[in-house]
Design a protein. Structure first.
Length: 252
């Protein structure tokens, strides 16, 4: 009787203050304050992780955390909760609870899901982590979990959206007839985005086309004429490579 009473008491306290009492990730998600904690940890960021349209990261994190859940485990003074997306278990989610709050959120996701850019987009599985400075303490543990469950080797890890492509396009943007990759990437949480072109296959051959893009909503990439890149709202600007940099002008 005493053991039954203790078990009932523990099961009734599942939540941010007692994550160890949660049997699965689903139990935690249903507890008060957890959804709000996920929104706070992702800081209102938007990205094409699971689908196009740059939906809030928090919304996509809830999609992967709301499927079949795992048993939580303790790591580095916090508790790691993981799950996979219902009917698409290759896409997975993780969150870490410590000190009575959500301190980190992770999403394992695949190819960038953007409609116009899909034909040239072949990103491999990646892990996106959100939560700011507290993530540092748990980064390795979450990355190790993602590598183990993805069955795709060591995954690229993006911290707080920094350098993570949110819109990408492949084409010839510098006129040398070799494939390039243009990507709108996050600078830092709340700090906007920049447009970068990787010229050819060499990762060191990158050129910044535009800095300090505040809002990616409605941002478009398209192949221009003569080895150029069109970008911005309605692809209204053209970037032309002139040998050492991109020169930008309004599209005609």
């Amino acid at each position: 009787m005493i053991l039954l009473a203790l078990a009932a008491a523990v099961s009734g306290t599942c939540g941010l203050s007692q994550p160890q009492a949660c049997a699965t990730t689903a139990d935690l998600i249903a507890a008060p304050g957890v959804v709000e904690g996920i929104r706070a940890a992702t800081a209102g960021q938007r990205a094409n992780l699971l689908r196009d349209g740059l939906p809030p990261v928090a919304e996509q994190a809830l999609a992967v955390l709301g499927g079949p859940g795992d048993k939580p485990r303790e790591i580095a003074g916090g508790w790691l909760f993981t799950a996979c997306r219902k009917d698409a278990c290759g896409e997975k989610g993780a969150l870490i609870v410590a000190g009575g709050k959500v301190v980190a959120v992770g999403v394992v996701h695949g190819a960038c899901a953007v409609e116009r850019q899909r034909p040239g987009c072949a990103r491999r599985l990646s892990l996106s982590l959100y939560g700011g400075d507290p993530v540092v303490r748990y980064r390795r543990a979450v990355a190790d979990w993602a590598d183990a469950v993805s069955d795709a080797g060591r995954l690229p890890v993006y911290d707080d959206g920094v350098n993570e492509p949110v819109v990408t396009l492949q084409g010839d943007f510098d006129g040398d007839r070799l494939p390039d990759t243009a990507a709108l990437v996050g600078v830092a949480a709340g700090m906007g985005y920049r447009l970068v072109v990787q010229r050819g296959a060499d990762p060191d051959h990158r050129a910044v086309v535009a800095q300090q893009i505040a809002d990616p909503s409605g941002f478009d990439l398209a192949q221009g004429d003569g080895g150029t890149l069109r970008f911005g709202r309605d692809a209204g600007q053209v970037a032309r490579w002139v040998g050492d940099r991109y020169v930008v002008a309004p599209a005609r």
